[in-house]
Design a binder for this molecule. Sequence first.
Ligand code: FES
Length: 322
Amino acid sequence: MNQVIESLRVRVARKDQTALGITSFELVSADGVPLPAFEAGSHVDVAVPGGLTRQYSLCNDPSESHRYQIAVLNVPDGRGGSRAMHEAVHLGDVLVISKPRNHFPLANARGHSLLLAGGIGITPLLCMAERLAQMDRPFTLHYFARSAERAAFIGRIRASRFSAHAHFHFDEAPAAPPNLQALLVPAGADAHLYTCGPKGFMDAVLACARSGGWADDQLHQEYFSAEPVTMEGDGAFEVQLASSGRVVPIAADQTVIAALAAQGVHIETSCEQGVCGTCLTRVLGGEPDHRDVYLTAAEQASNDQFLPCCSRAKSGRLVLDL
Ligand code: FES
C-alpha cells in the first residue's frame, strides 16, 4: 500500500553512489519551504515507485533544515523497494515522504554513548554521531562492514569533527563480529548503547551486551527488516472489535491485517513485517503472540498492544481497540 500519512513533497536534488550497492539521495522541499526539523535517529516513510512504502533513516546533520539525506542499500532479492529506489528514482524526481518520525532517539543522558553500526545500519548512527559531537557528549562509533568499498560515508566520517571517535572494522562479516566482547565493556549506569544493521549483527551485539552486564534500558536498537515470518504450524483464532462487538475469524494461513481487510476493516500498514510500528493496535483482552521486532521485551510482556501485520494470538480470541 503506497500511502504516506502527513506527507511532504520533496525533490531529488542529488543522487550519488556512496559505496558498492549503496546510493544516497538528497531530498529538498519541492515547494521551497523549509523542511520540518528532525532529531537524530529519525526516519521518513518514502512512497517508492511501484506502490511500496519504505522507511529510511535520515543521515544528515539534524541541525540542517534545507535537506534530508537518506541512503539505500540495493537488495536484489528483496521485496523490490530498494531496487525501485536505485533504478526508478532519478535526479529531479518528486517523491512523497512522511514527516520525520523517531522511534530510535538518543537517551537524555550525559554518560558515554557506544554506537555500533553494521553495514547500511550506519545511517541513523551517523546522524547520532553528528548530534553527540555538537553537544560535546562522549561517544565512540564502531562501523563494521565487509569491505571499505561496501561501506558508505567513510570519507565523510574521516573528514568529520568526530573522526577521532570513529573506528572501522572491515574484513569482518557484519553478521558475526569477532571482537565484540572487548568493545562492549559497560561504561557505567549512565552509558547507552545504540545499534543498527542486519538482524544477525544486532542480535549478536545485544546478546553480547546483555551477557556483559548492560541493562535493557541502556540498549537501543533499530531493525531495518525482520526474518521472514513462517505461518507453518499456526492455528486459527478470533479477533473481536471492541467498538461493535463484531467477531472476525483469523484463519491459520491469514494475517490479522488481511482477515480484517477482507471484512472492510482497514489498518494502516507500511513494512508488513513487524519492524516499523505503523500498524500498532491496542489489545484490550486476550494474549497476543508477538512476532515483531518493534516492541521492546517489556512492551511485549505487558500484552496491551501488538502488531497485527505479523503477530498472532496465544489465546482463542483477542479483543482489539478498533
Ligand atoms: Fe510495520 Fe506492522 S506495518 S509493523
